[in-house]
Ligand binder design. Structure first.
Ligand SMILES: NC(=O)c1ccc[n+]([C@@H]2O[C@H](COP(=O)([O-])OP(=O)(O)OC[C@H]3O[C@@H](n4cnc5c(N)ncnc54)[C@H](OP(=O)(O)O)[C@@H]3O)[C@@H](O)[C@H]2O)c1
Length: 238
């Protein structure tokens, strides 16, 4: 797809992978609708990118996915791409795991992600096509303890995406999952030891590495589909 002047919504655009994707797609000439909960970050990024549109909101709120499409329509009169990226991670072994935080993760990583997927699929079907890219994880297809609950949230997205790829074949609606390994971002900020140190993954990926791969998926010709792309640091072996 030629990206120039096409319109992308990026969820989780205030940091890490989402922010890097927004910058990369802006450099490709795309128009952007950014979202996240932190107004100051959205405001700063929007100005950096020459007045990208943005919507401040908690993506778990049921109406936000529709509001995002409406924002794209009202600012740019179209929407071509959704980067379904907002997410969190909660891990732990049985005696210590915080069940309420796990459930909050399920609402964000799975419930909200499903709502974004179905809302955008309906819009794309009614408007001649489009591409949804979900930020899954290498754990979406490989389970490791004590990451089971997080892996489950990502495996759910992978399963839905594959079913929709089959259902929507021939409609012009594309759906892909990107499966990053360890990426430096804010997602591990409250961990006592960063996993790159704990697991000897040095260097980890940078958000820009994932952004480049997402752009690669989007730039394929119309007859090509990339349902799933795993991207790992050279030294990540587990
Ligand atoms: N980093 C890794 O190693 C790694 C590996 C594989 C997959 N991933 C996946 O990559 C995605 C992005 O993560 P990241 O590593 O870039 O982490 P990050 O820097 O913590 O970014 C997370 C983004 O999600 C947004 N977000 C979180 N909760 C939200 C909510 N309730 N409503 C709206 N937005 C919310 C945050 O924005 P606000 O706080 O402003 O709302 C932020 O922009 C996630 O889906 C994650 O599971 C990460």
């Amino acid at each position: 797809m030629e990206l120039r002047d096409k319109v992308a919504i990026v969820t989780g655009a205030t940091s890490g992978i989402g922010r890097a994707v927004a910058i990369n797609l802006h450099q490709a000439g795309m128009k952007l609708v950014l979202t996240g909960r932190r107004t100051n970050r959205l405001n700063e990024l929007s100005e950096t990118l020459g007045q990208a549109a943005y919507l401040v909101g908690d993506i778990v709120e049921p109406d936000v996915p529709k509001q995002l499409i409406r924002t794209a329509q009202s600012h740019f009169n179209r929407c071509d791409v959704i980067i379904n990226n907002a997410g969190m991670i909660e891990v732990g072994e049985v005696p210590d795991i915080d069940i309420e935080k796990v459930c909050a993760m399920v609402r964000l990583n799975t419930e909200a992600a499903f709502r974004v997927i179905f809302t955008s699929c309906k819009y794309f079907l009614d408007n001649g096509g489009g591409h949804i890219i979900n930020t899954s994880s290498v754990l979406g297809s490989r389970v490791r303890q004590p990451f089971g609950a997080y892996a489950g949230t990502k495996a759910a997205i992978e399963a839905l995406s594959e079913a929709l790829r089959l259902e929507l074949a021939g409609t012009g609606v594309a759906i892909s999952c990107i499966q990053p390994g360890l990426v430096m971002s804010e997602i591990y900020d409250d961990w006592p030891v960063h996993p790159s140190k704990a697991r000897g993954i040095d260097p980890p990926l940078q958000p820009e590495d994932i952004a480049r791969c997402i752009r690669f998926i989007l730039e394929q010709p119309a007859h090509v589909r990339v349902p799933r792309l795993m991207v790992l640091p050279e030294s990540q072996v587990t």
